[in-house]
Design a protein around this ligand. Structure first.
Ligand SMILES: Nc1ncnc2c1ncn2[C@@H]1O[C@H](COP(=O)(O)OP(=O)(O)OP(=O)(O)O)[C@@H](O)[C@H]1O
Length: 292
C-alpha cells in the first residue's frame, strides 16, 4: 500500500496554494508534516482526504485515485479539531458511534479504553467537553479507526502536557500494531521529534524536503561556547543560524565534524551537539523566506 502524490497543484480562486507536490508515503511509518503558518499543510491534507479536488496531478492509494472513491476513501481518515462544536449535542458515546460509520476496521473496545485513559466522561455531550477533552476524543477517533492512512492535523491543540504525552505513546503503539501510514501535522516540533520516521517540510506551497528524520538530523550540528571561540570554529563553515544566550553564542552548522575538529572543540571548551529538528526547521524556513 502506497500513498502517491504526483505533481499536484491546488488553486483556490486565483490564488496558487500548492505547486507541483510529489510525495510517496509507505505503511509502517509516522510522517511529521511541518511548515510555517499558511505553508499549505491543511490544504495538502484536505486533498489526500478528498475534501478538495486537485487542479493538476494525481493522488492515489495503491494505484487507485482517492477523489470521491468510497472504496478508497474508507481507508483514509482525516482528524482535526472542529472550530465550532456548539451544534454537537451528541453524547460522546454517540459521537464515537457516528465516527465509526463506514469505518470497517474501527476498534470500538480500544476506543473506549482510550477514552478511559484520557479520562473522558462518555455520558457528557461532546459540546460540553473542554477544548482539550474534545481534542482527546478526536484523537481517539483516529487512533481507534485503524485506517490505513490516518491523518492528525494539529489534534494536540488544547491538550495539556500529560494528555499530549499519552497521545504520543498511543500513536507509537498504533503505528506498531498495524501497518499504517500516520501523518502528524504539528507546530509542537520539539516534543514530537522522536515520533517521526520521516519529515516532510512544506514551504510556500511546495515540498522543501522529505527525508528520514535521522538523515536530516545528521546533516549538521550546533556549536556553543564563548562567542569569539565559536566564531573562530565556524569560520568558513556553512552556518545556517546564529543565536545568543547571554555570553554564549550558538551556531547551527550544516556539515559533519571531523575527529580533529572534535579535539579542537574540546580544547576551546566548545559544546558540540546534534541538530534539533526545531532549529533545523526554523533555519531552513527562515532562509527560504529571506530568499538567501
Ligand atoms: N478557503 C480558502 N480560500 C482562500 N485561501 C485559502 C483557503 N484555505 C486556505 N487558503 C490559503 O491557502 C494557504 C495555505 O493554507 P493552509 O491552511 O493549507 O496552511 P497551513 O500550512 O495548514 O497553515 P497553519 O499552520 O497556519 O494551519 C494560506 O495562504 C491560506 O490563506
Amino acid at each position: 500500500m502506497t500513498l502517491k502524490i504526483e505533481n499536484v497543484d491546488l488553486k483556490i480562486k486565483k490564488d496558487t496554494i500548492l505547486t507541483d507536490i510529489s510525495l510517496e508515503l509507505e505503511p509502517g511509518k509516522i510522517y511529521g508534516l511541518l511548515g510555517r503558518n499558511g505553508a499549505g499543510k491543511t490544504s495538502l491534507l484536505s486533498l489526500i482526504a478528498s475534501y478538495r479536488k486537485v487542479n493538476a496531478g494525481n493522488i492515489t492509494l495503491d494505484g487507485k485515485k482517492v477523489y470521491e472513491q468510497d472504496d478508497v476513501m474508507q481507508h483514509i481518515n482525516f482528524l482535526y479539531n472542529p472550530k465550532d462544536t456548539s451544534a454537537e449535542n451528541d453524547k460522546v458515546t454517540e459521537y464515537i458511534e457516528s465516527g465509526m460509520i463506514f469505518r470497517n476496521d474501527f476498534d470500538k473496545e480500544y476506543a473506549y479504553r482510550l477514552l478511559d485513559k484520557f479520562d473522558i466522561d462518555t455520558g457528557k455531550a461532546y459540546s460540553a467537553l473542554s477544548q482539550g477533552q474534545q481534542a482527546a476524543v478526536t484523537a481517539t477517533l483516529g487512533l481507534a479507526s485503524l485506517s490505513k492512512v490516518t491523518i492528525f492535523d494539529e489534534v494536540t491543540n488544547g491538550m495539556d502536557a500529560p494528555t499530549r504525552e499519552l497521545f504520543y505513546s498511543e500513536v507509537l503503539e498504533a503505528a506498531n500494531r498495524e501497518e499504517r501510514i500516520i501523518i502528524l501535522s504539528t507546530h509542537i516540533i520539539s516534543e514530537m521529534e522522536h515520533l517521526f520516521d520521516d519529515i516532510i517540510m512544506i514551504h510556500k506551497g511546495q515540498v522543501l524536503l522529505h527525508e528520514p528524520t535521522y538523515e536530516l538530523l545528521e546533516k549538521g550540528y550546533t556549536v556553543a561556547g564563548k562567542a569569539e571561540r565559536v566564531r573562530a570554529f565556524t569560520e568558513n563553515k556553512n552556518v545556517i543560524n546564529v543565536k545568543f544566550l547571554g555570553a554564549l553564542q550558538i551556531d547551527t552548522v550544516l556539515g559533519r565534524v571531523t575527529p580533529e575538529e572534535m579535539d579542537i572543540a574540546a580544547d576551546e571548551h566548545l559544546d558540540i551537539s546534534p541538530l534539533k529538528l526545531q532549529e533545523m526547521f526554523i533555519s531552513l524556513t527562515d532562509k527560504q523566506k529571506d530568499g538567501k
